[in-house]
Design a protein. Sequence first.
Length: 276
Amino acid sequence: MRKQYLSAPLPFQGQKRMFAKEYIKVLQQFPDGTTFVDLFGGSGLLSHIAKHQKPNSTVVYNDFDGYRHRLERIAQTNELLEELRAIVDVPRSKPILGEVRKRVLDCIRKHEQKYGCVDYITLSTSLLFSMKYATCFAEMEKEILYNRIKSTNYLLCTDYLDGLTITSYDYKEVFEKYKDVPNVVFLVDPPYLSTDIKTYRMNWKLSDYLDVLTVLSGHRFIYFTSNKSSIVELCDWMGRHPNLGDPFKNCHRREFNAHINYNSSYTDIMLYTDVA
Protein backbone atom coordinates (compact mmCIF):
# COMPACT_ATOMS: atom_id res chain seq x y z
CA MET A 1 0.00 0.00 0.00
CA ARG A 2 1.29 3.44 -0.88
CA LYS A 3 2.25 5.85 1.88
CA GLN A 4 -0.39 8.03 3.51
CA TYR A 5 0.80 11.56 4.27
CA LEU A 6 -0.61 13.31 7.33
CA SER A 7 0.88 16.66 6.33
CA ALA A 8 1.42 18.25 2.94
CA PRO A 9 4.88 17.82 1.36
CA LEU A 10 5.35 21.58 0.94
CA PRO A 11 4.21 24.54 3.04
CA PHE A 12 0.73 25.86 2.34
CA GLN A 13 -1.24 28.46 4.24
CA GLY A 14 -4.14 26.70 5.92
CA GLN A 15 -3.26 23.05 5.27
CA LYS A 16 -5.22 20.71 7.54
CA ARG A 17 -2.45 18.58 9.06
CA MET A 18 -3.70 19.24 12.61
CA PHE A 19 -7.10 17.85 11.67
CA ALA A 20 -5.78 14.80 9.80
CA LYS A 21 -6.51 12.12 12.41
CA GLU A 22 -9.96 13.49 13.27
CA TYR A 23 -10.74 13.89 9.56
CA ILE A 24 -9.86 10.22 8.97
CA LYS A 25 -12.39 9.24 11.64
CA VAL A 26 -15.10 11.28 9.92
CA LEU A 27 -14.33 9.67 6.55
CA GLN A 28 -15.06 6.23 7.99
CA GLN A 29 -18.80 6.92 8.02
CA PHE A 30 -18.87 7.08 4.22
CA PRO A 31 -18.79 3.86 2.15
CA ASP A 32 -15.86 3.17 -0.16
CA GLY A 33 -17.01 4.24 -3.61
CA THR A 34 -18.39 7.60 -2.41
CA THR A 35 -17.47 10.53 -4.66
CA PHE A 36 -15.52 13.19 -2.75
CA VAL A 37 -15.10 16.63 -4.33
CA ASP A 38 -12.47 18.90 -2.75
CA LEU A 39 -13.71 22.30 -3.94
CA PHE A 40 -10.83 24.33 -2.48
CA GLY A 41 -8.05 21.79 -2.97
CA GLY A 42 -5.24 23.84 -1.47
CA SER A 43 -2.34 21.57 -0.55
CA GLY A 44 -4.27 18.47 -1.63
CA LEU A 45 -4.03 16.94 1.84
CA LEU A 46 -7.78 16.41 2.25
CA SER A 47 -7.97 14.78 -1.19
CA HIS A 48 -4.90 12.64 -0.59
CA ILE A 49 -6.20 11.29 2.72
CA ALA A 50 -9.68 10.67 1.29
CA LYS A 51 -8.22 8.62 -1.57
CA HIS A 52 -5.98 6.65 0.76
CA GLN A 53 -8.83 5.88 3.13
CA LYS A 54 -11.35 5.19 0.35
CA PRO A 55 -9.29 3.73 -2.53
CA ASN A 56 -12.35 2.81 -4.61
CA SER A 57 -13.78 6.32 -4.39
CA THR A 58 -13.51 9.04 -6.99
CA VAL A 59 -11.72 11.93 -5.31
CA VAL A 60 -11.68 15.25 -7.17
CA TYR A 61 -8.84 17.60 -6.20
CA ASN A 62 -9.56 21.13 -7.43
CA ASP A 63 -6.05 22.58 -7.52
CA PHE A 64 -6.99 26.18 -8.26
CA ASP A 65 -3.80 27.53 -6.64
CA GLY A 66 -1.40 25.37 -8.66
CA TYR A 67 0.04 23.38 -5.76
CA ARG A 68 0.79 20.46 -8.10
CA HIS A 69 3.20 22.68 -10.04
CA ARG A 70 5.09 23.45 -6.83
CA LEU A 71 5.37 19.71 -6.20
CA GLU A 72 6.82 19.23 -9.69
CA ARG A 73 9.58 21.72 -8.82
CA ILE A 74 10.67 20.25 -5.47
CA ALA A 75 14.05 19.21 -6.88
CA GLN A 76 14.66 22.80 -8.04
CA THR A 77 13.57 24.14 -4.64
CA ASN A 78 15.98 21.76 -2.90
CA GLU A 79 18.79 22.94 -5.18
CA LEU A 80 18.12 26.56 -4.18
CA LEU A 81 18.00 25.71 -0.47
CA GLU A 82 21.31 23.86 -0.73
CA GLU A 83 22.90 26.96 -2.28
CA LEU A 84 21.45 29.18 0.45
CA ARG A 85 22.76 26.92 3.22
CA ALA A 86 26.25 27.36 1.81
CA ILE A 87 25.87 31.16 1.81
CA VAL A 88 24.18 31.88 5.14
CA ASP A 89 26.55 31.74 8.11
CA VAL A 90 24.52 33.69 10.69
CA PRO A 91 23.04 31.97 13.78
CA ARG A 92 19.67 30.28 13.52
CA SER A 93 16.66 32.68 13.57
CA LYS A 94 18.93 35.75 13.40
CA PRO A 95 18.57 38.44 10.71
CA ILE A 96 20.54 38.05 7.50
CA LEU A 97 22.21 41.41 6.92
CA GLY A 98 24.78 43.21 4.79
CA GLU A 99 26.82 41.30 2.24
CA VAL A 100 25.27 37.95 3.15
CA ARG A 101 21.79 39.32 2.49
CA LYS A 102 22.95 40.63 -0.89
CA ARG A 103 24.39 37.22 -1.78
CA VAL A 104 21.14 35.50 -0.75
CA LEU A 105 19.05 37.78 -2.96
CA ASP A 106 21.49 37.38 -5.86
CA CYS A 107 21.26 33.62 -5.48
CA ILE A 108 17.45 33.72 -5.62
CA ARG A 109 17.49 36.01 -8.64
CA LYS A 110 19.91 33.78 -10.53
CA HIS A 111 17.85 30.70 -9.72
CA GLU A 112 14.73 32.38 -11.10
CA GLN A 113 16.59 33.40 -14.24
CA LYS A 114 17.81 29.82 -14.70
CA TYR A 115 14.49 28.02 -14.18
CA GLY A 116 11.97 30.76 -14.92
CA CYS A 117 10.33 30.50 -11.52
CA VAL A 118 10.91 30.17 -7.77
CA ASP A 119 8.60 28.59 -5.21
CA TYR A 120 8.44 31.75 -3.10
CA ILE A 121 5.88 30.30 -0.69
CA THR A 122 8.22 27.47 0.29
CA LEU A 123 11.19 29.83 0.27
CA SER A 124 9.35 32.21 2.61
CA THR A 125 9.28 29.58 5.35
CA SER A 126 13.08 29.47 5.23
CA LEU A 127 13.77 33.20 5.07
CA LEU A 128 10.82 35.06 6.64
CA PHE A 129 9.35 35.01 10.10
CA SER A 130 6.45 32.70 10.93
CA MET A 131 3.27 33.18 8.86
CA LYS A 132 4.84 35.79 6.56
CA TYR A 133 4.91 35.04 2.85
CA ALA A 134 6.37 36.63 -0.25
CA THR A 135 5.01 35.62 -3.64
CA CYS A 136 7.63 37.22 -5.89
CA PHE A 137 11.18 38.58 -5.80
CA ALA A 138 10.03 42.20 -5.42
CA GLU A 139 8.20 41.29 -2.22
CA MET A 140 11.04 39.15 -0.89
CA GLU A 141 13.69 41.86 -1.25
CA LYS A 142 11.55 44.28 0.79
CA GLU A 143 11.43 41.94 3.78
CA ILE A 144 13.85 41.44 6.66
CA LEU A 145 15.40 38.04 6.02
CA TYR A 146 16.13 35.53 8.79
CA ASN A 147 18.09 32.32 8.89
CA ARG A 148 15.23 29.86 9.15
CA ILE A 149 16.55 27.75 6.28
CA LYS A 150 15.30 24.17 6.34
CA SER A 151 18.19 21.94 7.37
CA THR A 152 17.18 19.04 5.13
CA ASN A 153 15.76 18.75 1.64
CA TYR A 154 12.08 18.23 0.93
CA LEU A 155 11.06 14.72 -0.07
CA LEU A 156 10.04 14.46 -3.73
CA CYS A 157 6.71 12.80 -2.85
CA THR A 158 5.97 11.77 -6.43
CA ASP A 159 3.06 9.58 -5.28
CA TYR A 160 1.26 12.27 -3.27
CA LEU A 161 -1.44 12.99 -5.86
CA ASP A 162 -1.72 9.45 -7.24
CA GLY A 163 -5.25 8.35 -8.06
CA LEU A 164 -6.83 11.79 -7.79
CA THR A 165 -8.97 13.44 -10.46
CA ILE A 166 -7.26 16.83 -10.77
CA THR A 167 -9.07 19.96 -11.95
CA SER A 168 -8.27 23.66 -11.75
CA TYR A 169 -11.44 25.73 -11.95
CA ASP A 170 -13.44 28.17 -9.89
CA TYR A 171 -15.11 26.18 -7.13
CA LYS A 172 -18.58 27.14 -8.43
CA GLU A 173 -17.87 25.45 -11.77
CA VAL A 174 -16.67 22.29 -10.02
CA PHE A 175 -19.73 22.30 -7.78
CA GLU A 176 -22.08 22.62 -10.75
CA LYS A 177 -20.40 19.65 -12.43
CA TYR A 178 -20.71 17.31 -9.46
CA LYS A 179 -23.72 18.56 -7.48
CA ASP A 180 -26.08 15.96 -8.94
CA VAL A 181 -23.73 12.98 -8.59
CA PRO A 182 -25.46 10.45 -6.30
CA ASN A 183 -24.14 10.46 -2.73
CA VAL A 184 -21.47 13.07 -3.48
CA VAL A 185 -19.65 14.56 -0.48
CA PHE A 186 -18.14 18.02 -0.81
CA LEU A 187 -14.93 18.83 1.05
CA VAL A 188 -15.19 22.56 1.68
CA ASP A 189 -12.12 24.35 3.05
CA PRO A 190 -12.27 27.92 1.73
CA PRO A 191 -9.81 30.62 2.78
CA TYR A 192 -10.85 31.82 6.20
CA LEU A 193 -12.70 35.09 6.47
CA SER A 194 -10.69 37.87 8.18
CA THR A 195 -7.38 36.11 7.54
CA ASP A 196 -4.55 36.85 5.12
CA ILE A 197 -5.21 35.23 1.72
CA LYS A 198 -2.09 36.56 0.04
CA THR A 199 -0.91 33.13 -1.09
CA TYR A 200 -4.23 32.24 -2.74
CA ARG A 201 -5.11 33.04 -6.37
CA MET A 202 -8.18 35.03 -5.44
CA ASN A 203 -9.28 38.41 -4.12
CA TRP A 204 -12.53 37.82 -2.29
CA LYS A 205 -15.07 40.20 -0.82
CA LEU A 206 -17.23 39.29 2.15
CA SER A 207 -20.06 38.13 -0.11
CA ASP A 208 -17.70 35.70 -1.86
CA TYR A 209 -16.98 33.97 1.43
CA LEU A 210 -20.66 33.80 2.30
CA ASP A 211 -21.65 32.51 -1.14
CA VAL A 212 -19.74 29.33 -0.29
CA LEU A 213 -22.52 28.49 2.18
CA THR A 214 -24.99 28.01 -0.69
CA VAL A 215 -22.96 24.95 -1.69
CA LEU A 216 -23.76 23.31 1.64
CA SER A 217 -27.54 23.48 1.46
CA GLY A 218 -29.03 20.12 0.50
CA HIS A 219 -25.69 18.31 0.16
CA ARG A 220 -23.42 16.17 2.33
CA PHE A 221 -20.22 17.94 3.25
CA ILE A 222 -17.22 18.30 5.52
CA TYR A 223 -16.65 22.00 6.11
CA PHE A 224 -13.69 23.76 7.73
CA THR A 225 -13.62 27.25 9.20
CA SER A 226 -12.12 29.20 12.10
CA ASN A 227 -13.31 31.27 15.02
CA LYS A 228 -11.71 34.21 13.21
CA SER A 229 -14.69 34.33 10.85
CA SER A 230 -17.00 37.36 11.25
CA ILE A 231 -20.25 36.04 12.69
CA VAL A 232 -22.05 39.42 12.59
CA GLU A 233 -21.70 39.74 8.83
CA LEU A 234 -22.60 36.07 8.47
CA CYS A 235 -25.86 36.47 10.34
CA ASP A 236 -26.75 39.58 8.32
CA TRP A 237 -26.20 37.72 5.06
CA MET A 238 -28.21 34.70 6.19
CA GLY A 239 -31.01 37.08 7.20
CA ARG A 240 -31.19 38.18 3.56
CA HIS A 241 -31.31 34.53 2.43
CA PRO A 242 -34.02 33.14 4.73
CA ASN A 243 -34.67 30.06 2.62
CA LEU A 244 -31.17 28.74 3.22
CA GLY A 245 -31.55 28.44 6.96
CA ASP A 246 -28.64 27.34 9.12
CA PRO A 247 -26.65 24.67 7.21
CA PHE A 248 -24.77 23.79 10.41
CA LYS A 249 -27.90 23.24 12.54
CA ASN A 250 -27.56 19.45 12.82
CA CYS A 251 -23.81 19.18 12.26
CA HIS A 252 -21.22 17.56 14.47
CA ARG A 253 -18.35 19.81 15.50
CA ARG A 254 -14.67 19.25 16.18
CA GLU A 255 -12.17 21.90 17.27
CA PHE A 256 -8.40 22.19 17.41
CA ASN A 257 -6.44 24.97 19.08
CA ALA A 258 -3.71 26.20 16.72
CA HIS A 259 -0.75 28.30 17.89
CA ILE A 260 0.86 30.75 15.48
CA ASN A 261 3.56 31.71 17.96
CA TYR A 262 4.06 31.96 21.73
CA ASN A 263 1.43 34.67 22.24
CA SER A 264 -1.03 34.16 19.39
CA SER A 265 -3.49 31.33 18.73
CA TYR A 266 -6.85 30.59 17.15
CA THR A 267 -9.35 27.74 17.00
CA ASP A 268 -9.79 25.65 13.85
CA ILE A 269 -13.26 24.15 13.44
CA MET A 270 -14.54 21.18 11.43
CA LEU A 271 -18.29 20.67 10.93
CA TYR A 272 -19.71 17.56 9.28
CA THR A 273 -23.00 15.90 8.50
CA ASP A 274 -24.17 12.36 9.19
CA VAL A 275 -24.26 9.78 6.41
CA ALA A 276 -28.05 9.70 6.25
